[in-house]
Design a binder for this molecule. Structure first.
Ligand code: CTP
Length: 418
């Protein structure tokens, strides 16, 4: 993440077990140069103490609306000085309050009196999240221009497993910093909003859809300690996995070696070589409605890798390379293929190569980017090639682009079905 310029947020905590993640979130935001003023509900104080948050942020924590009044207008002043209010965790109860415009404690009053954007990270049990009342409230919040971050699916504090878990602090920090940097995708009023207003149905758009994603580089062993790989970080593939999870999809992520945190809620299959990636894809492709090949798969492997370390000598060393199977082409040519999406990283002639590749791989959607702009970077710029032509996704952080890509896939699949 890049440094932001002295942005200020009010971080609101409400009473859920995910409140413990807010301490780490505050720490990560501060590290990014974001000033954090914490406001907690009484219930939040049962899960984490104001002293913890105060020690981390170096600012007194606002809890009681009567204590907080220094000049009689704390609820106005605090939000006026902020670039955004972020409520994380936001319980079902607090979301309901926001949706109905209630202001019966300091945090809800701050939210109602604000003129800045509001971001809300829901955290609750899966039944509470799935309840019609909660879904109605979330839709209402989006209609009101509130940005909803997550939730994701995973094991919950109550021991159940499902949607409703708050995003991890690292993911939230990424989203919030992207927002503060002016990312349109998280701007509640933007028409290019990737989680469109009034469409928390976006959560449901891919409910029950199984998505298989490959990500990262592959590593082709030369000997016991050396190998051939590439500079792919896996960031784009992991962002695509997160965006798919946000839409309620069941995600299997087949990942080459990366240093990235695993997206919460995804089934992650770690592989090393292209051959292992191919095997994992073959194993998990049945039942997948969508396949997205984001991985930078090595096109060749060493014909005879040495099990021992090769010792140097004065002689010339020639390595024989064999072509690897094309995983995407395999999936696309299955008798009943899932909706296939390919990625192309080109160093030149992006348009020409991308169009040829889409045809050659027999896929409905190809996502092209310039390798020198994309590899290892947190940002990228994409061009989507489909039957209707080209669609540019302008430069943005990879999660924003991933969300836009997922929306495009939803749209294409809807068009195919109708
Ligand atoms: N891909 C794959 N298996 C391979 C090679 C590529 O599944 N063995 C997938 C990638 O995940 C990506 C797409 O194919 O979605 C394009 O990969 P790329 O390497 O750019 O294309 P190639 O067909 O390998 O062409 P070239 O390397 O010549 O550009």
């Amino acid at each position: 993440m890049r440094q932001t310029q002295a942005k200020r947020i009010v971080l609101g905590l409400t009473g859920g077990i995910a409140a413990y993640k807010a301490a780490e979130l505050a720490r990560l935001l501060l590290k990014q140069g974001v000033e954090v003023q914490v406001a907690m509900t009484e219930a939040a104080c049962h899960f984490i103490t104001p002293a913890t948050m105060q020690a981390l942020t170096g600012r007194p924590v606002l809890v009681n609306q009567w204590d907080a009044i220094t000049n009689g207008m704390a609820h106005i002043d605090t939000s006026r000085a902020a670039d955004a209010i972020v409520v994380a965790p936001a319980t079902a109860d607090f979301i309901s309050k926001l949706a109905h415009g209630l202001a019966d404690d300091l945090l809800s009053t701050l939210c109602l009196a604000r003129v800045c954007p509001l971001l809300v990270a829901p955290a609750m049990n899966k039944q509470m999240w799935a309840h019609a009342a909660t879904q109605r409230n979330v839709v209402q919040l989006e209609r009101d221009g509130v940005t909803i971050l997550g939730p994701c699916s995973g094991v919950q504090a109550c021991g159940e497993e499902g949607m409703g878990r708050m995003l991890e602090a690292e993911e939230l920090a990424l989203d919030i910093v992207a927002f503060l940097q002016g990312s349109k995708s998280l701007n509640g009023g933007s028409p290019t909003l990737t989680l469109p207003q009034g469409e928390r149905g976006s959560i449901h758009k891919m409910d029950g859809v199984r998505i298989l994603i490959t990500a990262g580089p592959t590593y082709e062993a030369i000997d016991a300690v050396r190998g051939i790989t590439n500079r792919s970080s896996g960031k784009m593939g992991y962002a695509v996995a997160r965006a798919a999870l946000e839409l309620g999809a069941q995600v299997t992520l087949v990942s080459g070696p990366t240093a990235l945190p695993k997206p919460q809620g995804a089934q992650v299959v770690d592989v090393t070589s292209a051959a292992e990636m191919f095997e994992a894809v073959k194993q998990h492709v049945a039942g997948a409605g969508i396949f997205i090949g984001v991985a930078a798969v090595a096109d060749y492997r060493i014909a005879q890798p040495s099990t021992q370390k090769i010792k140097k000598s004065a002689d010339k060393l020639t390595l024989e390379l064999l072509p690897n199977p094309d995983i995407l082409a395999y999936v696309a040519n299955l008798p009943k293929p899932p909706f296939c999406v390919g990625f192309a990283a080109e160093s030149e002639n992006l348009h020409g190569h991308a169009k040829t590749k889409r045809k050659a791989k027999n896929i409905p959607l190809l996502v092209a980017n310039l390798a020198q702009q994309a590899i290892g970077s947190d940002e990228n710029e994409l061009i989507l090639f489909d039957d209707t032509g080209e669609h540019v996704l302008p430069r943005a952080d990879k999660l924003t682009l991933a969300r836009q890509l997922m929306q495009h896939i939803v749209m294409l699949r809807t068009n195919i079905k109708t």
